[in-house]
Design a protein around this ligand. Sequence first.
Ligand code: AMP
Length: 190
Amino acid sequence: MNIALFGAPGSGKGTQGNLIAQKFGYIHLSSGEILRGEIAANSAWGIEAEKYISKGMLVPDDLIINILEIKIDENKSAKGMIFDGFPRTIVQAEELETMLGKHGKKINVMIEVYVDEKTLFNRLVLRGKNSGRSDDTPETIYKRLAVYHEQTAPVMEFYKRTNRYQSVDNNSSVEECFEQICKLVRKLIS
Ligand code: AMP
């Protein structure tokens, strides 16, 4: 079972990704976390990525695809993978099909974690006060939400076309959203 978790910055897909991984024994691959790890390690990829992340822009497709390819190969025996924050462009979605296809795998479902815009902004501002993330400042948040609508939202259409799109609501509580996701996953694996 391979799941692409989709949603705007601040939608809570990272939290949900962790919960699903724990419950079902899947591997959680968060592209944002992986990139922040590269930055912390001061690697060549991290130094390059930081230039984009600090401005609220997406890092180049090649960079994130190369990193994800290594992670997929490393985890090819996992019983499930949760992709959180990837794919974020159509190019990435197409490459993901190829990278998984190499191991006889595919994305079974893409789950959109939906939160309305005002709540997203408020959650991100609040997170910025505690997270210390360089991209959780109000200006960068606006930019990231705009990038999400322009570049990332079309990825939903990619999965809708192939009947793999599902949506859950995360405007209320973490628990309620998690329950909706669990129902979906249980149905798919039964
Ligand atoms: P996130 O933690 O998912 O909000 O990601 C933080 C930042 O990392 C994003 O604003 C992008 O700059 C970068 N990033 C994460 N995933 C991707 C991706 N799949 N493609 C391009 N940039 C990404």
